[in-house]
Design a protein around this ligand. Structure first.
Ligand code: NAP
Length: 250
């Protein structure tokens, strides 16, 4: 997969301290071997075997363990779903400050935040330093509340870059993907597959600079990467957003 990804021009891998029963970093380093330096690695800290925590000391230890297990500093360390600890301004500030310090000390290339539900973070970030990366859910399965909150959070926090995640909501096999044709969101959809159309559209819902998706299949990765050749019908996306807002208002 990693060799094939490089051939396709995919040079970023996203993981988390908690993934793969807390063994994702050591597993990635072992499996990737000499290929690892060819990838930019982003990881996330915040979940521990006993649950979620924003305790700066625990987050700091997790960053150290990530460096140790990867065998090098990750390019990005993101605070993993801070909303899970119902962050007050202080706890969030301390957690972000810890990651910013880690980046300044060279323990990671940069820091950011990954949030599944940005709503509890709104209004809490105005006095905090801007993250390098804000990672948000993206795509056609994201509901209007989360979409609007994601856009507002990005406006309030001014990250250098916004990434999208989970563009298919975790699976392309769920019935919802058979219920409509995402190609309706592309300008010239003739040769696109529905998966490509859904993924290309995910770059606009909300607008993101990059999308992290999951796959175990190199053919799927190739299909997914090719989505970038298609153009989105922005008028259709706007109409969709209006419909979502109307439905929310109802
Ligand atoms: N912060 C959070 O709480 C959170 C939660 C979930 C995910 N994430 C992040 O989101 C990213 C990925 O999310 P995800 O894996 O959950 O969801 P996803 O990318 O929306 O969905 C992954 C699924 O899509 C399928 N797929 C991918 N490309 C395909 C293609 N071309 N054709 C057919 N099926 C295709 C994969 O199946 P195959 O393996 O068969 O290709 C896999 O089952 C990661 O970076 C992860 O860290 C973050």
């Amino acid at each position: 997969m990693l060799t094939g990804a490089l051939d396709l021009g995919v040079t970023a891998v996203d993981t988390a301290y908690a993934y793969f029963q807390f063994r994702s970093h050591e597993t990635l380093a072992r499996v990737a071997g000499d290929l690892l330096p060819k990838f930019s690695v982003s990881t996330k800290v915040g979940y521990f075997p006993d649950g979620h925590s924003l305790d700066p000391a625990r987050l700091s230890t997790a960053v150290d363990e990530a460096v140790r297990d990867l065998g090098r500093e990750p390019e990005w360390v993101l605070l993993h779903n801070p909303e899970h600890s119902a962050p007050t301004g202080d706890a969030l500030a301390e957690a972000c400050g810890m990651l910013a310090d880690a980046a300044a000390a060279g323990r990671c290339g940069g820091w950011g935040v990954s949030t599944w539900d940005p709503r509890p973070l709104l209004g809490q970030v105005n006095t905090l330093p801007s993250p390098g990366v804000l990672m948000l859910r993206c795509g056609l399965l994201v509901g209007p509340d989360i979409l609007d909150s994601a856009e507002l959070l990005a406006k309030q926090w001014q990250p250098s870059s916004v990434w999208g995640m989970s563009p298919f909501g975790g699976s392309t096999a769920t019935p919802v993907w058979k219920a409509f044709d995402p190609r309706t969101f592309l300008r010239e959809a003739d040769s696109a597959t529905p998966v490509q159309a859904a993924l290309r559209t995910a770059f606009e819902l909300p607008v993101v600079d990059a999308v992290a998706l999951g796959t175990d299949d190199l053919g799927h990765l190739k299909e997914s990467v090719s989505c970038l050749t298609y153009e989105v019908d922005h008028a259709m996306v706007r109409q969709y957003r209006d419909l979502l807002r109307g439905r929310q208002a109802d």
